[in-house]
Design a protein around this ligand. Sequence first.
Ligand code: ACO
Length: 435
Amino acid sequence: MSDTLTITDNRTGETYEVPIFYGTYPEYGAAVNTKDLRAIKATDDDFGMLSYDPGFTNTASCKSSVTFIDGGAGVLRYRGYPIEVLVEKSSYLETAYLALYGELPTSGQLETWVHEITHHTFLHENLKKLMDGFRHDAHPMGMLISMVAALSTFYPESRNIGDAACRERQIYRLIAKVPTIAAFAYRHSIGLPYVYPDNDLSYAGNFLAMMNKVSELKYEPDPVIEKVLDVLFILHVDHEQNCSANAMRSVGSSHADPYVSVAAAAAALYGPLHGGANEMVLRMLREIRTVDNIPGYIKRVKAGEFRLMGFGHRVYKSYDPRARILREMAPAVFEATAQNPLIDIAVELERIALEDEYFVSRNLYPNVDFYSGIIYQALGFPVTMFPVLFAIPRTAGWLAQWSEMLQDPDQRIARPRQVYEGYDLRAYVDIADRA
Ligand code: ACO
């Protein structure tokens, strides 16, 4: 037995031997380097064999040590620690540190880390003017993406991506300032004055204060809501090579600064097939309106009219562990807040879908977005803030992926190939002669 793949090219009868390499788990990460396929040629002047994989459904774009997902078993781990354990024992900032530095912090490291994040939360005053330029009905996600990109112009030294200390400073700034931008975007949309960060509060507590403070001298976050938000943040730290992480790595691979790279990742997250899905889930549940309408709605999904939002996942082919944690947390949330009537529709919709052959045969289970929107709404966040609430904690994951990419000697500028299907060389047609 040998760790190689033997490929026979039936066009030429030639045989090629390609080495196989493995990640931590041989059963989840056996791979060949597709560059080895370039040796396979029909003629000497052939370019060589490419691999065709739209949407990267079977392509590993990197080696990574940040997040492990076993989509069949519903497992999610950051740096080897199960998500359930981190939710039970860690805070969001501790988890963000773990994702970025690879180890849980000692108490001294955690203290320094929390101090650095807490003391980088303020924005340059000019950014407020930029925010004021948006229309009152601008989507907060559009504002977040633009404002994060604008940070690049305030910290031009961030282009120095080869300097580890400089990279670290931008990481503090981004994790610290994204919640401030997010809250300012919300306050702008409802016409309330911006609330400056409160350094006495936790990461989640400060965000709640910047969102909700009115005239009280000191905003005291509800401890249950603060804890639930922190858990939601932990669940969203990273999710390996998804669309937005791939955007972060792809833009970062050109050595663009981390602000514009995070803005690009946030833009990828905004789409309804990715982080925009929880907003779509709420719209869907509202449209269904009553439990009685569920069978009719499912019929239309099966007829291909539209997708069941919050269902299905590229990687999870069983229950998304984040969705399970949220489903279990929901009763405690509704005890602390008002009951969200949409939960009854969601639970019944899930029950019916999970018994239906269409969903069972395609391994379509609820993903994190199925329940996160209902919980965000119960916590008092408007629907348009949902993708923003996803982007806040995911900033740590994007930066972990970015740091790893920059330090990986295998990585080069992301530049895929194509299989050209267009015309061969043609003679130019003058405008008078065109049909
Ligand atoms: N509702 C109905 N059918 C679905 C759904 C759905 N939500 N998702 C997939 N399918 C069907 C497809 O129609 C397809 O059926 P077919 O084989 O008969 O053509 C089959 O299941 C496989 O679907 P793909 O599109 O190939 O799966 P892919 O891995 O490309 O897509 C995705 C994954 C985009 C998440 C998809 O399941 C989807 O659109 N879900 C709804 C949006 C959503 O909830 N997104 C959030 C993802 S989690 C996150 O980003 C945080």
